[in-house]
Ligand binder design. Structure first.
Ligand SMILES: Cc1cc2nc3c(=O)[nH]c(=O)nc-3n(C[C@H](O)[C@H](O)[C@H](O)COP(=O)(O)OP(=O)(O)OC[C@H]3O[C@@H](n4cnc5c(N)ncnc54)[C@H](O)[C@@H]3O)c2cc1C
Length: 522
């Protein structure tokens, strides 16, 4: 017999099967020996009160044979001689699009500016040691995209974009831990993500798809309302019948190429700010009411404030994580966060960002649709100048920033390239400073202890979401001018984060295959 039960347990009881099996047997009304298998369906922590609880939904197999580890609902087939679809960019959107194209019986041809995932790590190491930046291979560019050496949080703020369980299953089928299928806040970690990406690539290649590396797309040949050729930096040209554009929001050169090619884009609102880092112990103590034990994971937080009609909010919180240099060009400094699967570093970091509104972009109006990009780039270059050496980041104690004081010595931080004490409030735009300052005061009212001299802010968290939209038809997902161009993922301005970009990639792949099939019939 198979039955489903709900348990509310202490963190200790919920920690491992050995601990919760007796409670599960009691609830199912059987002896523990009769339980052949327990599968977690959902798991969430409720730390609102001092008596912290873990809610577990379990499927109980009573004297039943073991089920397969993950039920695969994907049907990858050989597509060697099938019609080709070019995908530019091998991030979550491009890879999910490729897998969906295979399921639907077409052949994906991926063109990627960076290196295979295994080879990215040496460039990332150079960045961490502040020994230079490779503009085609870094935290944002290369196989797996920006999602690979990231935190690997697999949840979205928005539920409207689609069903994320299919994407979680896709990752689980390619080597991610099965826990992502039931955790309330699923997370893979940057130590495990590269293997998942490698496995996805192997599926694509074994079915007959192609992946071309070190191929930065630098040109399009446009005939009428179609792209007919995709051209790369070394002069190679790829015949194009249909193109999925999934280059992410850090590929400024792609937006510039679209602008040069007179392919329509729109400016879009986004958010920018700083990354704040606290000792993890402090966040654990705030969130777990001083009761953190080995049976609870590193605590996180999620805060949103509204200040003078602007949102100020935490972004991409990485408990037990590390702040990383995620610029994509020299003489720019950008910070972001990641963590490994164990989330066991002594630091907790998150973006603390401010919504950018129309007025903020007025000084950049001459850049048209790329106004937000220009503001972003200006701040990143200012950060470089204020730290003055490669990927070192300008930094200030959080309390000094809020109280407009100069920081003398900085606390320890996970940011490996190094920090330089800087009075961020003297050069960040006023609309960011004022909102962040007030935001911090209000967050302190909710998270007592957040505003501490032991916390440090680093600049600049500028790549939260795309400042540009590549407009597409809502139903067909075709670009509004170029009928065989399907913009998707974070760079299109219609998605943000790993899961939503992958969902978007799949959905665009479906429309692209449908369009191509109709074209071939016509
Ligand atoms: C350090 C870090 C941590 C993050 N942590 C998380 C997290 O925990 N959870 C989460 O949901 N999101 C996280 N994100 C954001 C997430 O990674 C992105 O939202 C997601 O990767 C977007 O997917 P995408 O496929 O649309 O674009 P991208 O991942 O940006 O992929 C775009 C791909 O296109 C390639 N490319 C770009 N230009 C060209 C060109 N001209 N020619 C050929 N190829 C090109 C790039 O090399 C890249 O591989 C993080 C990002 C960073 C940088």
């Amino acid at each position: 017999m198979i039955t489903e039960i709900e348990l509310t347990l202490t963190p200790y009881q919920a920690f491992s099967e050995e601990h919760y099996k007796p409670a599960a047997a009691r609830k199912a009304g059987v002896s523990p020996d009769d339980i052949s298998w327990l599968r977690i369906i959902r798991k969430s922590i409720d730390a609102r009160s001092r008596a912290i609880k873990v809610n577990l939904s379990l499927r109980v197999y009573i004297n039943e044979p073991l089920p397969p580890p993950v039920k695969s609902s994907f049907h990858y087939q050989g597509v060697h001689n099938k019609p080709e679809i070019i995908i530019i960019g091998a991030g979550p959107a491009g890879l999910a699009a490729a897998l969906r194209i295979i399921e639907l019986g077409a052949r994906p041809v991926i063109i990627e500016r960076g290196k295979p995932v295994e080879e990215r790590s040496s460039d990332i190491l150079l960045l961490e040691k502040n020994q230079g930046i490779n503009p085609d291979s870094n935290y944002c560019f290369g196989e797996g995209g920006a999602g690979t050496y990231s935190d690997g949080k697999l949840y979205t703020r928005s539920k409207k974009r689609g069903d994320n369980s299919r994407i979680l299953e896709l990752f689980a089928c390619h080597g991610a831990p099965e826990s992502i299928l039931y955790e309330a806040h699923p997370h893979i970690g940057s130590d495990k993500l590269p293997l998942v990406i490698k496995n996805i690539r192997e599926t694509i290649l074994s079915c007959g798809g192609s992946v071309y590396y070190n191929q930065r797309v630098t040109g399009f040949e446009v005939t009428g309302s179609q792209i007919t050729k995709v051209i790369t930096q070394d002069g190679k040209s790829y015949e194009a019948r249909a193109v999925i554009l999934a280059t992410g929001h850090s590929a400024r050169d792609m937006y510039e190429l679209l602008q040069r090619s007179r392919i329509a884009m729109e400016s879009k609102f986004f958010a920018m700010g700083v990354r704040v880092e606290h000792p993890q112990e402090l966040i654990d103590s705030i969130q777990y009411h001083g009761q953190k034990t080995e049976y609870l994971p590193a605590a996180s937080y999620n805060v949103v404030e509204q200040i003078d009609k602007r949102g100020v909010y935490s972004f991409c919180m990485c408990p037990g994580g590390q702040i990383v240099p995620s610029a994509t060009a020299p003489e720019e400094v950008v910070v972001n966060g990641m963590s490994v699967s164990m989330r066991n570093s002594p630091y907790a970091n998150s973006g603390l960002v401010v919504q950018i509104v129309e007025d903020d972009l007025k000084p950049f109006a001459r850049y048209g649709a790329l106004a937000g990009l220009a503001l972003q780039q200006q701040l990143e270059q200012q950060c470089f100048r204020h730290a003055g050496s490669g990927q070192k980041s300008p930094a200030q104690r959080l309390t000094d920033f809020v109280n407009r004081k100069t920081t003398g010595s900085l606390p320890a931080s996970s940011y490996l390239p190094g920090m330089i004490a800087s009075d961020l409030s003297s050069w960040l735009p006023r609309f960011i400073n004022d909102s962040l300052r007030e935001g911090c005061r209000r967050i302190e009212r909710k998270l007592k202890g957040y505003l501490t001299k032991d916390a440090v802010i680093l600049g600049v968290e500028s790549r939260t979401s795309s400042p540009v939209r590549i407009p597409r038809n809502e139903d067909t997902r075709q670009h509004i001018q170029i009928e065989n161009l399907f913009p998707c993922g974070e760079g299109s301005g219609y998605a943000g984060g790993i899961v939503s970009s992958a969902i978007d990639g799949e959905a665009s792949a479906e429309k692209c295959v449908e369009w191509l099939a109709n074209e071939r019939k016509a």
